[in-house]
Design a protein. Structure first.
Length: 123
């Protein structure tokens, strides 16, 4: 789609690395870092990247309450939670010859809970 010049891939997502990126304040940040979101999005970083739009895949963590994590964003962002919906296996005609259990296994991501994404829009 001619976007090769517009997309940049950087190293490990840390606050320090993110803040090195020019024009980060008006970006779309898509975050899927397998639980690292709790370490990355601390209060100071959130203020520095505002008013960027954020989409964060949430991984449940017993050590860090989700309510506390949400409070970091409350002042600057509006939160829209997006939850994974059940998949219809009818759309995959290639799976029709398999039994129910095998069909379900083939499209399973093996998640321990329903997937949740946070869409954070600047207020």
């Amino acid at each position: 789609n001619g976007l090769n010049e517009s997309i940049k891939i950087h190293g490990k997502a840390t606050s320090k690395e993110l803040l090195k990126i020019k024009n980060l304040k008006n970006s779309l940040i898509l975050c899927d870092i397998e639980g690292g979101e709790y370490e990355l999005f601390e209060e100071n970083l959130i203020k520095e990247i505002f008013p960027s739009t954020l989409i964060i895949e949430i991984h449940y963590n017993n050590k860090f309450p989700l309510e506390q994590f949400g409070k970091y964003f409350k002042e600057l962002y509006s939160l829209n939670k997006i939850f994974q919906k059940p998949r219809s296996l009818k759309q995959f005609k290639e799976l029709n010859k398999f039994n129910d259990n095998n069909r379900a296994l083939m499209v399973s991501e093996g998640r321990s809970s329903i997937q949740e994404w946070w869409h954070l829009s600047p207020k």
